[in-house]
Design a protein around this ligand. Structure first.
Ligand SMILES: Nc1nc2c(ncn2[C@@H]2O[C@H](COP(=O)(O)OP(=O)(O)OP(=O)(O)O)[C@@H](O)[C@H]2O)c(=O)[nH]1
Ligand SMILES: [Mg+2]
Length: 184
């Protein structure tokens, strides 16, 4: 099974940093030649099911919405990332979700919301209350549950890379469930 996961979020939230961490922390993860976008491929084994993940880094700023739209095609899930020290980047999460739903052509798909830069929690003045993104995902799950879709929220520091593999496995598991539910 091939899963296409997009990494979405405002500029400077840590998408490329997360990318490098996956390359470092997942054995056999490799960068694939790709036109325009950064693409890495790796395998995960969840409950005895081996899946191949293609992860795409979608630039937040350089591309217009129109140019981004073609990269969304056939996406089966997404990581939406914001910076906990920039509350506006969290408020844009629904924007990224909407683009995904509008352009993927696959309809409703699971997301992993990542509150990045948790290491800044101690020092930043404008740090987001962790309840807000939790509440956002809780509400989202209430509407997607009818379609058997479960979304997750994790807070982490891409700088350290810790917790990233566990987080992607949560998303991959949701995506496998979504795939199976559609196949029925
Ligand atoms: N303190 C801290 N800084 C981070 C973390 N993750 C990323 N950064 C920094 O944030 C800045 C932006 O990170 P990038 O990974 O380039 O962000 P991006 O989302 O790829 O940005 P665009 O490609 O412009 O959309 C860089 O200076 C990173 O070093 C983190 O967990 N903690
Ligand atoms: Mg980048």
């Amino acid at each position: 099974m091939l899963l296409k996961i997009l990494v979405l979020g405002d500029y400077g939230t840590g998408k490329s940093t997360i990318f490098s961490q996956f390359l470092k922390n997942i054995p056999e993860a490799e960068r694939k030649p790709s036109i325009m976008l950064d693409l890495i491929e790796f395998k995960r084994n969840i409950g005895g099911r081996e899946v191949t993940v293609n992860l795409y880094d979608i630039p937040g700023k350089e591309l217009t919405s129109d140019k981004r739209s073609k990269h969304y095609k056939n996406a089966t899930g997404a990581i939406i990332i914001f910076d906990i020290s920039r509350p506006d980047s969290f408020r844009h999460a629904p924007f990224w979700l909407e683009e995904l739903m509008n352009y993927s052509g696959t309809g409703k798909v699971p997301i992993l919301l990542v509150g990045n830069k948790s290491d800044l929690r101690a020092t930043s003045q404008r740090t987001l209350n962790p309840i807000d993104p939790q509440e956002y995902i809780f509400r989202l799950n209430r509407t997607t549950r009818v379609d058997g879709i479960e979304n997750h929220y994790v807070e982490l520091s891409a700088k350290s890379g810790k917790g990233l593999v566990v987080a992607i496995d949560l998303l991959v598991e949701s995506m496998i469930k979504n795939h199976d539910a559609r196949a029925k």
